[in-house]
Each structure stands twice: as C-alpha cells, then as structure tokens.
Design a protein around this ligand. Structure first.
Ligand SMILES: Cc1cc2nc3c(=O)[nH]c(=O)nc-3n(C[C@H](O)[C@H](O)[C@H](O)COP(=O)(O)OP(=O)(O)OC[C@H]3O[C@@H](n4cnc5c(N)ncnc54)[C@H](O)[C@@H]3O)c2cc1C
Length: 511
C-alpha cells in the first residue's frame, strides 16, 4: 500500500480528451539510456534521487552492446598486474596527445575518478575479464568485460538498481525539447510516447542529456567535417542523430569539438561494418585492410607509413586528404605470409589478435571479387585497370616501393625495414576499403561537474550533459593511447552530473 502510494505520488498522470499528456515528477530526468544515461540513472537511484529515464528505442542500453572495454587508471587489477602507469602520467599523456586542446580540468577529473567508477560498477556486480592495451607497448588501461561485452550483464545490473530505487524507464519515448523557465533554468523535458502518440512531460529539478552522438546525422556530420565524402559511413546506433545536442543548442548551450570523429579505419568497400560481428570472413577482410603492405590512394600514389595501420587516428588523418579510400596492394607471397606465417599485422582490440592467421584469405578474396572490394590480376598494370587507376602510375608506385624494399630503407615515409617486402610474385591482389567513423566526440560543452555551458560561458542552471552528447574532453583527436576513454568519459561524466545534482537537490555530498 505504501509502495503504491509513493508510486502514485511519484507519477502524476493526467489525461484529457483534447490533449492526452502524461506527466511525471522527478528529481532528475535522464534523456537516453546508453553508457552514460544508464550508469547515471543507477548511480542517482542508489543515492536517493527519483529518476525518470526517457529512451528513444524499444530497448535500453544504447551502445553498451558494442563496446568491449573501458579505460581506468590505478585500479586494483592494474596493481595486481604491476602496471606502473599513474593518474598523473595518464593525465600528462592525454593532455599532450590533445596538444592541451582538451579541457584539462575535466580530463583530470575523469582520469582521477576512473578507478573509483569502475570499482563501483564491479562492486555492483558487473564482471570484468582482463586488462589489455591496443598498441605495441601501449598503456594497459583497457579493462575488458566478461565475454568482451558489457551488454546484458551491465544493462541488467544497472536497470535493477534503477528499479529498486523507484526509478522509471520510458522506452520508445524520445525526448523532443527541454523545458526552460523565464529565469533560464531547465526544469524538465517534453517527450513523445511513440506507442500512443501522447505527449510525455517530465517536470524535474535537473535534466541530464545523454542521447549519444550525432554520428548518424549526415547534415551535422558534414557541416562540421566537410572533408568527409558525402558517402561516409558511421557505425553505431542508427538512432543517434544528435537530438540532445540540438535540444541543448535551443536553450543556449555552447558546442565543443564538433569536428572530432573517432575512426574505425577502412572498412571493405560495399560492405557493412556490422558484418564484422556476424561473419568471421568479414572480420578477416577488415584485418587484411590493416596489412602493413603497400597502401595507395585512388590515383595509385603511396601516401603514408603503413606501419601505423593499427592507429585509427593516424589512418583517418592520412586517408582524409587522400579521398578517404585505402587500397592495399599485395602479391602471392603476402597471401602465404598472412595465411601461414606472420598472420595479422596488428590487432583489432580483443576481436582479432596480431599474429592470428588470416585463414579465410581465399574466402575473403572470392567474396571481395563479387562485391567489389577485392581484385586479383597477373600483373600490376592489369590490377590497376581493374581498380580504375592509371596502369603506369600504379606500376611506378610498385617499382619505387620494391626498390626501397630491396634497399631496406623506406626513404619516402620511414617505415621499418621489417615491413618493407617487395611485391614481385604474381598473382597480385588489391583490397579496397573506405574510411569509416566509429563515433563522434563533440557536443554540448560541459564543465567538470558535467553542467552544460551556455554561449555566454556560464552553466545553464538545471542542465547537464554526459557521454557522447557532451564535448570538450578530447580536443581534436580521440586519445587512442588511452583505449576505452570514450566509455570511461560516458560513465564518469554521468556520475559527475549526479554528484552535483545530489549536492544541490538533496544537500548531500558524495565523496
Ligand atoms: C562499434 C563501436 C565499438 C565501440 N567500442 C568501444 C569500446 O570498446 N570502448 C569504449 O570506451 N568505447 C567504445 N565505443 C564508443 C562508445 O560506444 C560510446 O562512447 C558510448 O556508447 C557513449 O555513450 P552514450 O551513453 O553517450 O551514448 P550511447 O551509448 O550511444 O547511448 C545513447 C542513448 O540515447 C538514446 N537516444 C538517442 N536520442 C534520444 C532521444 N531523443 N530521446 C531519448 N533517448 C535517445 C539512444 O537510443 C541510446 O540508447 C564504441 C563505439 C562503436 C560504434
């Protein structure tokens, strides 16, 4: 009875025949139930806030189903495994990587609190698997989840905490606009119940916008990244259209680092990135594109030191001025090398290891010949014709590459001699891929409490943003030297917002 009473008190539902509107009262309205929104909702519910979460999709969890690991530093696991990286060093490296364009105060707090946040996540039952890096001799800061995916266990764990604390999830209920009073305070949100068409109004003491990135919104993407071709593809949730960023701008929010995208490197032409998860052959096709053999652009010119094939930022930065297309050239010896000897030249997080054999090379080739991402010929000139490249140009590029390989010194781009192997033995192969975006990293500018900053440089009262909806913590490049920083950002900024709301609404301080 008491429970029923409190639920009735918590949810005030008003219906009128003219305007069907559902009204909820909350301490904190959270828009989006992805990494940031769901983590924040659980943390808020556990700390005594009444939360209502609006989620556009039918299911909660956002991109939790895609991620494999999360950054943290000075964790128990790192201590056990003798990882010497300190918070101070991690901060220095991250800031230097961004050339101090990232918001130092925000980055410092994310790094300092990362271990505590991950401990809170695991103390609540989310299971981790191990600790890795993603570059040779890189920082071992990527804490992987059980079965390489936080997916269901994270979602169920956090959702149970929310429900236990009396929180509510409204799925298939996209947030449409923020409610702002005359004093400029954000006091709630208007959404729509897609099932009934009713308007949903949540009156709240604070609103956290966590609707993910704008990666699927071509208009915004191309506006801030004019160097991308209009055909550029982005991975991730198709519903991530930048809704929260648009809503925030309408109440006067400032934007930060909107041009920043995280790259996935080249994904085979005419295929979908999602196939990597469902078809082993496609994962191997993607790994073939990471081979440190000769890479050329659409004109047949070499353009970079291919030794960086595993560094997403470098690959994207090098591909953009080269038409966003990567073509890797190999010969018969390479096929054997990939299948039986060296194997993959780099790793792809935990999905594919460096040295793992490309056993499905021939299936990849057969599929690629059909779908237009693989090419095979008995001469370089013939291969060039198939690729629509001037045969003389490609022949000259291969000749120069072979000359440097034999010399054992890459005078043109400085690649280590180890990766300079001449391309001599027919048949010759080419694999083509398109630069693909993993996600984008710009959004509503926030401070170290995740408060949204207005165009006048002041916090907008009552408004918070977290995760991919927020911006400022990366500068111009995603710090791949700290793998898993994106989800760490989402979890931590969500928690920063909750800590601030608890302090302001419940007058309590969470340490
Ligand atoms: C393929 C892939 C692999 C990745 N792997 C990793 C990894 O291993 N480690 C890592 O750290 N990061 C990884 N990332 C990045 C990571 O997924 C994001 O940084 C993270 O999901 C951001 O969390 P978020 O809560 O801001 O957004 P999301 O997790 O995208 O959640 C946003 C939520 O908001 C909802 N939403 C959208 N619009 C509205 C609206 N109007 N109203 C209500 N709800 C709305 C969406 O449906 C979604 O549920 C990966 C990304 C991709 C694409």
């Amino acid at each position: 009875m008491k429970k029923l009473f409190s639920v009735l008190l918590f949810i005030v539902m008003t219906f009128s025949t003219a305007f069907a509107e559902k009204v909820y009262q909350a301490d904190l309205a959270i828009l989006g139930s992805g990494v940031a929104g769901l983590t924040a909702a659980a943390y808020a519910a556990q700390n005594g806030l009444k939360v209502v979460v609006l989620e556009k999709l039918a299911t909660i969890g956002g991109q939790l189903v895609l991620i494999e690991g999360t950054f943290a530093v000075e964790t128990d696991l790192q201590r056990q495994e003798m990882v010497g990286l300190t918070k101070e060093k991690a901060f220095e490296q991250t800031m230097n990587y961004s050339q101090w364009k990232a918001d130092a105060s925000l980055v410092k707090r994310i790094i300092d609190e990362s271990a505590g946040t991950l401990k809170w996540v695991t103390d609540n039952g989310v299971k981790m698997q191990g600790l890795i890096t993603d570059t040779p001799d890189g920082n071992r800061v990527y804490h992987t989840y059980e079965d390489h995916n936080p997916g269901k266990q994270y979602i169920d764990t956090m959702a149970n905490i929310v429900k236990k604390g009396g929180g509510i999830f409204l799925t298939e209920t996209p947030a449409k606009s923020l409610i702002q009073n005359k004093a400029g305070e954000v006091t709630g949100v208007i959404g729509e119940d897609l099932d009934t068409g009713e308007t949903v109004r949540v009156n709240a003491k604070a609103v956290l916008v966590a609707t993910g990135s704008y990666a699927q919104n071509k208009e915004i993407l191309l506006k801030y990244n004019p160097e991308f071709p209009p055909t550029v593809r982005a991975n991730g949730l198709k519903g991530n259209m930048g809704d929260g960023i648009i809503m925030g701008q309408k109440v006067g929010a400032q934007l930060a680092n909107m041009h920043l995208s995280f790259s996935e490197g080249a994904v085979p032409t005419n295929t979908l990135y999602d196939e990597l998860y469902t078809d082993e052959k496609m994962l191997q096709a993607y790994m073939v594109l990471k081979t440190k053999s000769l890479w050329v652009n659409k004109a047949g010119a070499r353009f970079m030191d291919e030794e960086h094939s595993g560094d997403f930022t470098i690959v994207q930065n090098a591909l953009l001025p080269n038409g966003s297309t990567e073509i890797v050239i190999m010969d018969a010896d390479y096929r054997k090398d990939l299948m039986e000897e060296t194997g993959a030249h780099t790793n792809y997080f935990t999905l594919f290891g460096a040295g793992q054999k490309i056993t499905l090379f021939d299936q990849v080739l057969a599929d690629g010949l059909k779908r237009g991402y693989a090419f095979k010929a008995n001469s370089v000139r013939e291969l060039a014709k198939q690729l629509n490249i001037d045969p003389e140009m490609l022949q000259q590029t291969v000749d120069r590459y072979n000359e440097l390989s034999k010399k054992g010194n890459d005078d043109d781009f400085g690649k280590s001699a180890k990766w300079m192997k001449p391309l001599i033995k027919a048949p010759f192969y080419a694999f083509r891929g398109e630069n693909t975006i993993c996600d984008v990293g710009g959004g509503l500018k926030i401070n170290r409490n995740a408060q949204v900053i207005s165009v006048d440089g002041k916090p907008i009262p009552g408004l918070y943003a977290a995760g991919a909806t927020s911006g400022g913590m990366y500068g111009d490049s995603y710090p791949y030297i700290m793998p898993g920083f994106a989800s760490a950002t989402a979890m931590n900024t969500g928690i920063f917002a909750v800590k601030d709301v608890v302090e302001k609404v419940l007058h309590k301080k969470i340490q």
